[in-house]
Ligand binder design. Sequence first.
Ligand code: LP5
Ligand code: MN
Length: 249
Amino acid sequence: MTAALFIADLHLNPADPATAEAFAGFLAGPARAAGTLYILGDLFDYWLGDDQLDDPFYAAQAAALQALAAEGVALHFMPGNRDFLCARRFARAAGLTILPDPSVITRDGQRLLLAHGDAYCTDDIAYQRFRRFVRNRFLQAILWLALPRRWRQQKARQLRERSQQHNRRKDYRIMDVNADAIDAALAGHDCRILIHGHTHRPATHAHRHGVRHVLPDWHAGQGGYLQLQDGQLSRHDWPATQPENPTGI
Ligand code: LP5
Ligand code: MN
C-alpha cells in the first residue's frame, strides 16, 4: 500500500511566506510521492468563509492542492478551530474531501482515529463554550457569513487578539488535551491509535486505551509530518534535515 501522510497547523497566511513556500515544497515532494494526504485542521491562519478564495494568496493554495489531486493523490481535509468555515466551494477548488472531526480511517488493517484535537481540551471551559457557539450552523449563517468580508476580516483579527490575550493568562495544562477525553474517544471509536494537532506539542503519548501522536505546527518555513507506511508510523521534519533521519515511533 502507498503511504499516507498527516499534517496539521500550518496556519498559512500571506504574512508568513516562508511557510507557504515550505508547504509548496512539501506538496511537490513527499505528498506527491505518497498516495494520500490528511490535513488535520488549521491549514489556514483563519478562514472567513469560502469567499476568502477571492484573495489570490488563498486561491493559489487551493490551486496547488488541486494540482496534486489531479496527479492522483487523495486529499482529505478536516477543519480546525481556525478554518472550520472551509466548505464546499473550498473543497471543490482544492480537489479534496472534507472529513468530519473526529473520523476513523482503516489502513493496513489498523483503525486510526483522526481529530484536530481542540475538542479534547475539555479543561478549557471558556474555549469549549466559544466552540459550541461558533460551530452553530444557524448562527454562522446569520451572524457571520451574511456580513461583508471586510467586516469579518476585522472581527477575526479581534478574535485572534482576544484569543492570544486569553491564552497568555491560561495555565499551560488547561490548554492541553484531557487524558480522560482521549481515553473515552479511543474506547468509544474502538481505536488504539489517535493522531491529532492543535496543541503544537509534537510528541507520542501512551494512554490507557492506546497511543496518541501529536503533530507539529509549521511556522517560519519549518514543519513536519507523520508518515504511515505498511502499518508503521514515522515522524519527519520538513524541510528534511540532511540527511533525512526519520524517527521511528
Ligand atoms: O487559535 P489559538 O491557538 O490562538 O487558540 C485556540 C482557541 N481560540 C480560538 C479562537 C481563534 O483563534 C479565532 C479564529 C477566528 C476564526 C474566524 C471565523 C470565526 C467565525 C465565527 C462564526 C460565528 O479558537 C483558544 C484556546 C486555545 O486554542 C487552546 O486550545 O484556549 O480559545 C480561546 O482563546 C477562547 C477564549 O477562551 C474565549 C473567547 C471568548 C470570546 C467571545 C466572543 C464571542 C463572539 C463570537 C463572534 C462572532
Ligand atoms: Mn488549532
